[in-house]
Design a protein. Sequence first.
Length: 114
Amino acid sequence: VQLQASGGGLVQAGGSLRLSCAASISIWSFSNMGWYRQAPGKQRELVAAFRSGSSTDYRDSVKGRFTISRDNAKSTLYLQMNKLKPEDTAVYYCNIRAIGVDYWGQGTQVTVSS
């Protein structure tokens, strides 16, 4: 499984970005997919994810601002990020967990200026 993340960039606080993650295979059967981020000097952390049963999971700091979605026909995972804050600055990674194996995209940099 190869994942290609895109959509990062430099944005002012309060702005929006939409991240995309294109998978090399069909994603319709995968229930555990999500976005993580890693800021300099910090551990990688969950941002948002689909879980079993089509439920979603968001970290508290992004609830109401970020929305995870998927387009199975395009084998693509998305993360809509609104009202961005400087503390959202990080490299964002997409992830698929399949049969106990984690697959990661290459990461896309998001920088939010104050």
